[in-house]
Each structure stands twice: as C-alpha cells, then as structure tokens.
Design a protein around this ligand. Structure first.
Ligand code: ADQ
Length: 452
C-alpha cells in the first residue's frame, strides 16, 4: 500500500474553494493561502501531494493537479463527521482547552469517537498516496492522532507535525479525558513543532510524566511567519482615498481578526470606549475600523462573541458618533489581501489584543506593510508574535487599563516621539522580512530531515 508522492502535506482543509457559476456549473479552484505559498516550492519540486477536506460536507472532487503541479487529494467528510470532529472535538474541546480555558471546553465522548474516526480516515488516505520513505508533514490540532496511526500503518515514512495554536501547560492539558491518546498520537512524529519554546517545553514535560520515551530533539520551536509578497503592492492613492472616505481623521486605529473569542475584540472596543469617555481620545479626530471575518458561526460561543462585539459597536457609535461620522466602522467580512493591505497601510495604530494566540499573523502583516517606519503596533503579551515583535506597545488584554495605556501611549508616541516610534517599527519590519514563512518551512523541514 504505497503511492508515488515523496512529499505529502496533510491539513484539515484542502486549499480549494468550490465556485458555482450563474448557470450552475461547479468548479473547484485552488485557493492560495500562507501555508500553500510557503510549501509550494517543496511541493512543486518533489511532486508533492496535499491531503485534506475540501470544505463542504458530503462532497469531494476527484484528486486533481494544480497548474503548478501539486496533487490535491480530497478526504470526504459527512455532515455528522463535521459536527463531531470539527465543530465539536476540534473547536469546542481542543480549541478552548489549548487557549487556556477562555471559555469552558466541552468533553463529549461521541465527539472524541468522531475525532478518532476522522484521524484514522485521513491516515489511511495518506498511507495510500505516500511513496516508500516519503516525508509527511501533518498540520495542526485537528490531526493530533494522525502521526501515531500513520507510524503503525507505514513505519517507513518520515513524519513531521506542526501545531499552529498554543500548547497548554500540564495543569490544563491534564483535564482532557483522552490526554494519553493525544500525547501518544503526537509522539508518532519524528519531529513535533510548536511556535514557541514554551509550547515545546510544556509538551516534553507532559510526555515524560506520561511515561513516553522522548528525546529533546523530537520537539522544537519554529515560529511561523508570513509571505510579505502575498500582500500585493497596494492600490496607488488607495490610502488617501480610504482616509478621505473616513473624513480625514487624525488617527486611524485598525483591528483585523477572525471573529473568535480568543482575539479580544470586545476588550479593545471597551478600551476605546473608555478613552472616548474620559476625553483621552477625541471622537472627531479618531476612527476605529474593525474588520472581522465570519468564523465557526454555528458554535454557540462564537455567536455569543459576535453579539457582544456588535452590541458594543452599536453602543459606542450611539454614544460618540454623529450622522455620517460613526467612530467605529465595523465589517463582518473577509477581504482580499490587496484590499487588506490598504487598510494596514492606512492605519496609524494596529490593535492586536488576543487573550491567547499561537502566533498571530495579522501583527506580522501590519508590520510588513510599514517598511517606511510609520505606524504603531499595540500587541498582546499573550500572542506568540510578542516574543519576536517585542518593540511593539505591549499590553495585557485581561487588564483594560493596560490596553488603554498601550493605545494612548502609541497615539501620543506617534505625535511626540516620531523618531523613536519609527526606529521601533523599522526593527520589527526587518525581523518579519528576515524571518518569513519560507524560512519557517525550510527550518522545520531541515530539522525533520536530520531526524532518523
Ligand atoms: P488564526 O487564528 O486564523 O490562525 P492569524 O494568525 O491572525 O489567526 O491569521 C489570520 C489570517 O487571516 C491572516 O493572514 C489575516 O490576514 C487573515 N484575515 C483575518 N481577517 C481577515 C479578513 N477580514 N479578511 C481577509 N483576511 C483576513 C491560526 C492561529 C494563529 C497562527 C496561525 C498560523 O490561531 O495563532 O498565527 O494559525 O499558524
């Protein structure tokens, strides 16, 4: 049982979208994302294959090759799989547990059974497409059992695993009724990668407490980054046009996130509201744009988070806006990357305030768009990105006063100490350019190559 692909990437999602034309014709088109861009060179060089779910329940196209020659291999999931494995165990159990219990995880035996089944199905598909001795790179928390299963099915493979979200401390992780199975599943990999050293340490500690034999070299920290080129060049005059449409305010503040309760969107709105209330921010001089991509909308906690955000936006505009001049501009939409670039460029202050975040690519994207040294980044201490972007205005998102202080300091810093702020932004810009996503992928794959 082996295929002819010497390099296989496995992720919950296949990088494709289904398009339906007005006449009803349906086509699957590759959707370029950060991970695809990062892995494309290796995938193309090595006749690579990507295994994943195409994003729609009960549907899967036949495997097909992209123009660049990458084989996309769909795994079919039923609506019940989607509920139990994805919405349930992945996003209502593991996601809150790994993000330090910002909401309470649900431990449901049926969801666990679905998670095991789907991991087994993914592993079986990978075992069929991978060539003898191939390298397989497994992505993220939805597939933590896969390395262990695959190791049993195909001992000849070189298996890497990367976790895109934080890995919690032992005291939290040990709540999980199926903790042993997850640890053993991950230990099937030759190399287990985390964004931060702290995640790697947490994992080593747990594995050893569970009596699993593991050496230090089996885990490592590989902070992910972005492809600065993927942000496009921006529309000429786009920034001026955008600022004009906002009424040319002195200060544009921006938030860009998936609408997720981990991202601290409500907290930042409350901080802005209090600064408006105290007069520290002038509603005639400042505009906050919050762009929030719809996300996991059927899960209760996401509906609660959305209502809270939308209620706060309405209240702030009701209190401080005037006709034709809202203080908060809120979009519940996903925007194309080049449009996002105009927002990033136009923003004087970027507010990134997650309670917990594996890395946070938005912070890096903002910095990548400010090669001229303009702008300021207010960044949560609990985002993985804070380790590398320590020149940001750091804040504790659990402390409203801390967000307010960081935001107010950023605004006054830009006015009163432009040179200091410029140096700080340029240092962060250099960091992101020198450590891009290609470097991330190369360093992981080189370390994986060195194993076994
Ligand atoms: P996410 O939680 O999705 O990623 P993040 O790292 O910020 O968070 O990436 C979000 C991506 O979506 C960015 O590239 C951003 O540009 C894009 N995006 C957000 N809102 C958008 C909008 N309205 N329109 C268009 N695009 C939008 C998970 C982890 C992170 C980790 C990444 C990568 O939770 O901690 O950094 O994976 O490992």
């Amino acid at each position: 049982m082996s295929g002819d692909n010497s390099f296989v990437v496995v992720a919950n999602r296949l990088p494709v979208d289904l398009h339906t034309a007005p006449d009803g014709t349906r086509t699957w088109t590759p959707s370029p994302g950060g991970l695809v861009a990062a892995l494309s060179p290796v995938l193309e060089r090595q006749q690579g294959c990507w295994v994943g779910w195409p994003g729609i329940a009960d549907e899967a196209p036949e495997p097909f090759r992209t123009d660049a020659g990458v084989l996309l291999h769909p795994v079919r999931l039923t609506a019940a799989d989607f509920e139990g494995f994805y919405e349930g165990f992945s996003n209502a159990t593991l996601w809150p547990l790994y993000h330090d219990l910002i909401v309470t995880p649900v431990y449901d035996r049926d969801w666990w059974a679905a998670y095991r089944d789907v991991n087994l199905r993914f592993a079986t598909e990978v075992a069929e497409v991978a060539a003898e001795g191939a390298t397989v790179w497994v992505q993220d928390y939805q597939l933590q059992l896969l390395p262990g299963i695959l190791r049993q099915l195909r001992p000849d493979l070189r298996i890497g695993f990367f976790l895109h979200i934080p890995f919690p401390g032992a005291d939290l992780f040990r709540q999980l009724p199926w903790r042993e199975e997850i640890i053993r599943g991950l230990c099937g990999a030759d190399l287990i990668g985390f964004h931060l050293e702290s995640g790697a340490r947490n994992f080593l500690d747990l594995a050893r407490r569970s009596g699993v034999e593991i050496d230090d070299a089996q885990v490592g920290a590989f902070p992910i980054s972005i492809d600065p080129g993927s942000l496009g060049t921006g529309e000429p005059g786009g920034v001026e046009k955008l600022r004009e449409s906002l009424g040319n305010p002195a200060t544009v503040i921006l938030g860009v996130d998936r609408l997720d309760y981990t991202k601290g969107i409500l907290q930042r709105l409350l901080a802005v509201e209090e600064l408006l209330e105290s007069g520290a921010l002038d509603p005639d001089q400042v505009v906050l744009i919050q762009i929030a991509t719809p996300s996991r909308e059927r899960i209760d906690q996401y509906q609660v988070a959305r209502s809270q955000v939308e209620e706060a936006v309405g209240r702030i505009n009701g209190r401080f806006g005037s006709v034709g001049h809202p203080v908060v501009h809120y979009l519940h939409q996903s925007l194309p990357k080049d449009e996002l670039r105009t927002y990033y460029e136009a923003a004087d202050v970027m507010l990134v305030t997650p309670f917990k975040d594996g890395m946070n690519l938005v912070a890096k994207e903002y910095v990548a768009c400010h090669g001229d040294g303009s702008g300021a980044l207010v960044l949560s201490e609990f985002a993985g990105a804070a380790v590398e972007l320590h020149q940001a205005n750091l804040c504790n998102p659990f402390d409203l006063e801390s967000i307010k202080r960081a935001l107010a300091t950023a605004v006054t810093g830009l006015a009163q100490q432009p040179e200091v702020m410029r140096e700080r932004m340029l240092a962060m810009h250099r960091q992101v350019h020198e450590h891009d996503v290609t470097r991330w992928a190369d360093s992981f794959l080189t370390a994986l190559e060195a194993r076994r």
